[in-house]
Design a protein around this ligand. Structure first.
Ligand SMILES: [Ca+2]
Ligand SMILES: [Ca+2]
Length: 391
């Protein structure tokens, strides 16, 4: 790290209510990043940004956020509850916004955003001028060692009254909206995003990517579920949006083992690649070469309620053991052990569960095996022949 930076400041167990903005960690320079700062919860405490009623944070016409940072190296944001953030003007609302100069060559090392609950974010302005609501938004600088780790987060209860129908106005997780971030990495892992806006007339998506020629993305083990009701015209809703049909990110990017669920197919699409809507999961998989989300599935995640994204124990679900093991991520949003949780009795626990909550479900394998074989050819031989098949 560059000497002379602000470093290792820890903001733990903080309560913030009735203000225009939550927390803003601002380095004055994109070339002299702060280092090792953390916002989170330790011991038996809690960091809660926003009181129990709408508009506790913001509620004015200016841009507002729960947590925002600029040019922070080795940043951690963890175990925070962010709620009831509102904007009434044509400006943005962010739960967590980790920003950088996306053209800067300075490394921010590893950014960790994990175990956060972000919910009840609203922009109440009805203007067609773009004014977006984001659960988590991250822009990396253009350095190969700038790596974001976004995992184990619950995001739900987002709403926007915008009349804009040309771009998404409600986004669960937005990676690299500012473009560039060349060769940096976004790891989007084990998140649970549930969009169920009411009376919405704008476009929305659980996940969106800003560029396919900048950062490399690894998108695994997430629930991206969209319960928006039927829409009309250019108002549409998605699980995932990427600006082109190349990889979901720069070369080397991959997406798999996700639950991509659309509850209402009327103007609801699994994905958008460029300007092409991909209605079904199969359409989305085949949009890419090589195909992406090959082991992903589409299933109502069956959460406990619209305000609790945990999964009930004992249900039959592809979420159970549906994830890939990710080294270093051996715990869920509740600190339950992955795969597991320990003490599981329903036949799962062989692999981690999809989404932020590890739970004790009954595994369901609905993905058919891939079978290949070579037909036997004509032969004059009378000896026994072997038919070979691979699974
Ligand atoms: Ca759990
Ligand atoms: Ca499990």
């Amino acid at each position: 790290m560059i000497s002379g930076t602000n470093r290792n400041n820890k903001y733990y167990n903080i309560t913030i209510q009735n203000v225009y903005n939550g927390i803003y960690l601002l380095s004055g320079s994109s070339t002299l990043t702060d280092a090792g700062n953390e916002i989170g919860t330790i011991d038996d405490g809690a960091t809660v940004i926003g009181a129990g009623s709408p508009g506790s944070i913001g509620n004015g016409s200016q841009a507002t956020w729960g947590i925002r940072t600029f040019a922070q190296g080795n940043l951690k944001i963890f175990n925070c509850e962010i709620k009831n953030v509102t904007c009434t003007g044509i400006n943005s609302v962010d739960g967590i916004f980790v920003d950088n100069n996306s053209f800067s060559p300075v490394s921010t090392d590893t950014t960790r955003i994990y175990n956060n609950k972000v919910y009840n974010l609203l922009n109440s302005n009805t203007s067609p001028t773009s004014h977006r609501v984001y659960g988590i938004r991250v822009n990396n600088p253009a350095n190969i060692s700038s790596v974001s780790m976004i995992y184990n987060n619950f995001i739900y209860g987002l709403n926007n009254a915008s009349a804009n129908t040309s771009s998404r106005q409600l986004i669960g997780i937005y990676a690299q909206e500012s473009g560039n971030g060349l060769n940096s990495v976004h790891n989007i892992l084990f998140n649970s995003v549930r969009l169920s806006p009411s009376g919405i007339s704008c476009q929305n998506s659980c996940f969106e990517l800003g560029t396919t020629s900048g950062a490399v993305l690894q998108i695994y083990n997430n629930i991206f579920s969209n319960f928006t009701s039927a829409q009309t015209g250019n108002a549409r809703h998605y699980c995932m949006v990427t600006p082109s049909g190349s990889y979901p990110g720069n070369a080397g990017s991959t997406s798999d083992h996700n639950d991509l669920y659309i509850a209402n197919a009327v103007n609801g699409f699994t994905g958008l690649t460029g300007t092409t809507n991909r209605a079904t999961l199969a359409n989305w998989k085949n949009a890419f070469t090589p195909n992406q989300d090959v082991s992903s599935f589409s299933q109502d995640p069956g959460i406990i309620s619209s305000t609790d994204l945990h999964i009930a124990a004992g249900i039959n679900t592809q979420l159970e053991s549906g994830s890939l093991n990710i080294s270093g991520l051996e715990f869920d949003i509740d600190s339950d052990t992955r795969p597991g949780p320990s003490g599981s009795t329903n036949g799962g626990g062989t692999f981690p569960d999809v989404g932020a909550d590890e739970f004790d479900g009954i595994p369901v394998d609905n993905i058919p095996p891939s079978i290949s074989y070579s037909l036997l050819q004509n032969s004059s031989s009378i000896s026994a022949r072997v038919f070979q098949m691979s699974l």
